[in-house]
Design a protein around this ligand. Structure first.
Ligand code: GLN
Length: 313
């Protein structure tokens, strides 16, 4: 009897994690958020889950880390659920930038001065201001509740050390947010909007949490294990499209060629990706390449996608 793909992954992943782990030595952990500099540079872990709830874990899959930019996918979805498409796309565009995630260059160069897309920092800060709620506390509470629902983990919470570390040092994001306010992109007080943004970036997860959230996207908004419909299909389609075109910063084109799956990475070294209709995948490897993506994580995903022919293209 031939082995199922998941059985082959169970055999192969532990070895693949160990060989790709060697690449961690060629990257660096993020340090512009001082607390992230403490991340273990040699760590690499992965968790993959399918619609039947069968899963595979390998390496440091129990490591906890903050979502950082991965959270932007799900605040975008919540903002779409709160405001509809026109409410969101009045404030952010649909195009990749080719610039760094924290660049504000095009905000001045290209009219009407709205962020190019919701996955760069400027766009995600604009999205934070669109989350429904009477106060920043209420908005943050709704974001956390939504993430708990999607990850099927009631105990998901903030890493307050990382939150404070980012908030205390965020000169660039702060200047960007004031610029956006002046361009009429942000609703409400700038510091309130930033607080919602810093909080969702600091939500602490494991690879399993990311894999569960990705599984919902892989099944067009329904948790296939519980059968619960959590996100309208159209908003999942929008999120997956942004993940494909902008999810891996300005290495998204290369990732589309080498891996060919919708994905989102964060500066803590996390990557959330999915095989549509099949798997949710969460990965962490804090050592980053020059484009800001997990150096060993990207290599591991290339190996997996190419071996099992997962590319969508
Ligand atoms: N919180 C981080 C920041 O704003 C998120 C960036 C990232 O993960 N690329 O800089």
């Amino acid at each position: 009897m031939s082995l199922t793909e998941i059985q082959r992954l169970q055999t192969l992943l532990p070895t693949w994690v160990e060989t790709n782990r060697l690449l961690c030595a060629n990257g660096k952990v993020a340090s512009y958020i001082p607390e992230l500099a403490k991340s273990p540079i040699d760590a690499l872990g992965i968790h993959l889950i399918n619609a039947q709830g069968n899963s595979v874990s390998a390496g440091n899959s129990e490591l906890t880390f903050t979502m950082q930019s991965i959270s932007k996918v799900f605040t975008l979805i919540l903002a779409l659920m709160d405001n509809g498409e026109s409410g969101v796309f009045d404030k952010v565009g649909m195009e990749p930038t080719g610039d760094n995630f924290n660049s504000m260059l095009k905000l001045e160069l290209v009219q009407p001065g709205i962020p190019f897309n919701p996955l760069i920092n400027a766009g995600a800060i604009a999205i934070s201001s669109l989350i429904a709620g009477e106060s920043p506390t209420e908005k943050s509470r709704r974001v956390l509740e939504f993430f708990r629902l999607l990850s099927n983990n009631r105990s998901l919470d903030y890493d307050l050390d990382v939150y404070r570390s980012e908030s205390d040092t965020a000169n660039l994001n702060r200047s960007m947010a004031y610029f956006l306010k002046d361009n009429g992109v942000l609703e409400g007080a700038v510091e309130d909007v930033l607080d919602v943004y810093f909080r969702h970036c600091s939500i602490c997860v494991t690879c399993t949490d990311l894999a569960q959230m990705a599984l919902v996207l892989a099944h067009n908004g329904t948790n296939p294990i519980t059968g619960e419909e959590l996100i309208p299909r159209r908003y999942v389609q929008i999120a997956k499209t942004f993940m494909t075109t902008c999810g891996m910063y300005n290495a998204s084109g290369e990732f589309a060629i080498q891996v060919g799956l919708p994905a989102k990475s964060g500066v803590s070294g996390g990557i959330l990706t999915l095989v549509p209709g099949r798997y949710g995948i969460g990965l962490v490897g804090p050592s980053l390449n020059r484009k800001g993506n997990s150096i060993a994580g990207v290599a591991l995903l290339e190996q997996m996608s190419q071996t099992f022919d997962w590319s969508l293209f």
